[in-house]
Design a protein around this ligand. Structure first.
Ligand code: NAD
Length: 317
């Protein structure tokens, strides 16, 4: 496993890290014991960064992750969770709610300290509230030593940069962007220089585009428009036809950007996490990658967006 510095947080994070949303049954019904074994396997293989949220499976992901971490020395992993988004489409970024949320997450996770606490999907929030109320509340928690660092997450890139521009200096230490740095979409790359200049650490999530670049395909809730689904399927089918695994290529591609500190991959299967870590040491088949990028070219940077109208990116579809 290789490690990279996460902005100026002082955390040295594994280039591939573990996203715990599948532990909440987000993609399919999962077996908790398998999920727990997956987390333990990830740690044994050198993954040191774990990401969850009270939103995933309406707190289930945090509870199962907490069970997986029972008895594991706290200095073996960095733990990130989120505030502001909860089950049943509830968003509440008020200072009171996010402060209480930290206590609830710590109880479920069985820890007293969170390394990175993130405002979860700020495109659904009033950015004025994030800047003037939520982040100051998190700064207080950081000053009190309850959390190590503060981050923001979201799908549209524009809302991430606009929040950083307006936030008090040093309040936003990391961003988590998803589905914007993978074989079919490299838009996150365009804001990497801006984020580096602002000393913001970069976390990339969903290297398979939430299943788009996998043989199993996407869950029913996946927001990609039909042309994007069809375009991605052409690449998946091509890889299958030449005996290659598109997920391997997807993980190698996402983790290969030198300034993206880490890429979160989700799975509740010990076998898949083993495979995903092994891919990092296998040589990249650049000929195959070029062919797959060519197949994906018609849908390159095609995307979907969401959130409040003022926070959305322009959609290419
Ligand atoms: P992902 O691209 O990691 O895809 C997960 C899917 O890929 C799952 O269905 C999984 O079973 C499958 N998969 C994983 N390894 C595989 C393998 N070797 N072979 C075949 N299939 C494989 O998408 P994700 O889970 O959405 O993203 C990763 C993590 O990032 C999440 O779990 C979450 O922690 C985080 N995330 C955060 C946000 C946010 O904060 N807004 C958004 C998206 C993701």
């Amino acid at each position: 496993m290789h490690y990279r510095p996460l902005g100026t947080t002082g955390l040295n994070v594994s280039v591939l890290s573990y996203g715990a949303s599948p532990l909440g049954g987000v993609f399919r019904a999962t077996d908790d014991n398998e999920g727990i074994l997956t987390v333990r396997t990830a740690l044994d293989l050198g993954i040191n960064y774990l990401d969850t949220s009270p939103y995933y499976g309406a707190t289930k992901s945090e509870s199962v992750l907490g069970r997986a971490l029972r008895g594991v020395p706290r200095d073996r992993y960095y733990l990130a969770t989120k505030v502001g988004q909860y089950g049943d489409g509830i968003f509440d970024f008020s200072a009171e709610r996010v402060t209480r949320s930290l206590d609830e997450s710590c109880a479920r996770l069985g820890v007293s300290y969170i390394d990175i606490l993130q405002c979860h999907d700020i495109e659904f929030a009033d950015v004025n509230q994030i800047v003037n109320e939520t982040l100051p509340a998190l700064v207080k928690l950081r000053d009190a030593g309850r959390i190590g660092h503060i981050g923001i997450t979201g799908l549209p890139l524009k809302v991430l940069t606009s929040a950083i521009d307006r936030a008090p200096a040093g309040a936003v230490e990391t961003v988590l962007s998803f589905c914007r740095y993978e074989l079919n979409d490299t838009a996150l790359g365009s804001i990497v220089p801006y984020l580096r200049e602002k000393n913001v650490g970069i976390i990339n999530a969903s290297p398979t585009g939430m299943g788009l670049l996998s043989e199993r395909g996407v869950p029913s809730w996946h927001p990609a428009p039909p042309a994007m689904l069809a375009g991605a399927k052409r690449a998946v089918d091509y890889c299958k036809s030449v005996g290659a695994d598109i997920t391997k290529l997807a993980i190698q591609f996402a983790t290969n950007h030198p300034h993206i500190a880490t890429t979160l991959v989700g799975t509740a299967s010990p076998e898949n996490i083993r495979k995903n870590v092994a891919y990092l040491d296998e040589p990249i088949d650049f000929e195959l990658m070029a062919k797959v990028l060519e197949i994906l070219r018609p849908i390159h940077n095609h995307n979907f967006t969401r959130g409040r109208p003022e926070n959305r990116d322009a959609v290419i579809s």
